[in-house]
Design a protein around this ligand. Structure first.
Ligand SMILES: Nc1ncnc2c1ncn2[C@@H]1O[C@H](COP(=O)(O)OP(=O)(O)OP(=O)(O)O)[C@@H](O)[C@H]1O
Length: 337
């Protein structure tokens, strides 16, 4: 049985002045899913989250959270959706337990129940021993775990986490991610996790949406995402040469199948260390290694190595993040037209 859709976004848009922060975003998230909203700073992740919570009004499109329009029913949405911002505010002089009990009270939970839930959650997030210590003495990782407990105390159906691992050390990150994963699996909790860190999102998310400049470029599980992105980056041929002057770059760019040429980076995998070697990355619509090799050699340039590059999601992601949809600063025939 397919789980019900708990977040349904259709053609959502939001502008600040003339700047379109979110541009025709459509996205569905199902109950129990861990969805990663992955994008660089300024991609529009936080703006989307604010609209999901009814804290910001869309200019266009439609949002439905647990069957509700958050703009019309923000209080009901807030009751059923937990939100962990990247930096949670606590009363620093109060203990972790006291902070949680306060949140519980503010959510209308009785004193006895509040203490029980707070103690149970402190145990679940690994803060049992720190329950009676002041929040001001907690490390960044402990604060985020307390934040998670704080979000969970009202027993939400969905939790939205905005860059939850910012500023935490690697061990703390692994612990927090494992905790989020375990909570989702054990309690059927739906998680929307916003992050600009691919490897973190990769660790726990069932599906990922790659968000760049307000647009969703690709979405799916990691396999589907890689496939979608690879379609747009079909073939890259790398050539290791002794020099690459403007004339060679222009001649390569003239080849019919070549879409763009990047040069400059020295090949990190070069067999022989040499300061004079240059690595060319040539994006092509189809494999034209022969034509490229002929062009390089006929230009009087020494060719040491030529191969078709295999892209992983990591590299594709870096490529998008370096330069948005236009794939960074490179010579592009299409961009020049
Ligand atoms: N209140 C605002 N007024 C004007 N521009 C804004 C406002 N909030 C966000 N923006 C702009 O909208 C764009 C999207 O910002 P948003 O914070 O949603 O991105 P993000 O993906 O969450 O990135 P970050 O992780 O840096 O917050 C950015 O260019 C940002 O400068």
């Amino acid at each position: 049985m397919v789980a019900e859709t708990v977040i349904d976004i259709e053609q959502l848009s939001k502008s600040y002045g003339s700047h379109r922060a979110v541009d025709s975003l459509s996205l569905q998230i199902r109950r129990g899913e861990i969805f990663g909203l992955l994008g660089p700073n300024g991609a529009g992740k936080s703006t989307t989250i604010l609209m999901l919570l009814g804290l910001s009004e869309p200019d266009g499109g439609r949002i439905n959270v647990l069957g509700m329009n958050p703009t019309r029913r923000p209080i009901e949405v807030k009751r059923r959706v937990g939100y962990l911002p990247d930096d949670v505010g606590f009363y620093e002089d109060w203990t972790g337990l006291e902070n949680l009990q306060l949140t519980a009270r503010l959510n209308g939970i009785g004193e006895k129940e509040a203490r029980e839930r707070a103690m149970r959650l402190l145990g679940e997030v690994g803060l049992k021993d720190a329950a009676h210590k002041k929040a001001g003495t907690y490390s960044r990782g402990m604060r985020q775990r307390l934040g998670l407990a704080d979000v969970l105390i009202k027993q939400p159906e969905i939790i939205i986490l905005d860059e939850p691992t910012l500023g935490i050390d690697p061990k703390g990150i692994d612990e927090l991610l494992a905790l989020i994963y375990g909570l989702s699996r054990e309690q059927g909790l739906t998680v929307l996790l916003s992050s600009h860190q691919l490897h973190q999102v990769q660790q726990i998310c069932d599906r990922v949406g790659l968000f760049v400049k307000g647009k969703l470029l690709a979405e799916g599980n990691l396999e589907a995402l890689t496939r979608q992105l690879l379609t747009d980056t079909p073939i890259v041929i790398t050539a290791e040469v002794d020099r690459a002057d403007q004339q060679l770059l222009d001649r390569l760019a003239e080849l019919e199948q070549v879409r763009d040429v990047q040069s400059g980076a020295e090949d990190p995998d070069a067999v022989l260390p040499s300061s004079s070697r240059v690595l060319l990355q040539i994006g092509c619509s189809e494999d034209c290694s022969d034509a490229i090799a002929r062009m390089i050699v006929s230009s009087g340039v020494s060719l040491y190595n030529l191969q078709r590059k295999q892209y992983g999601l990591d590299e594709i992601y870096r490529r998008y993040f370096a330069g948005g949809e236009e794939h960074g600063s490179k010579r592009s025939k299409k961009a020049a037209k």
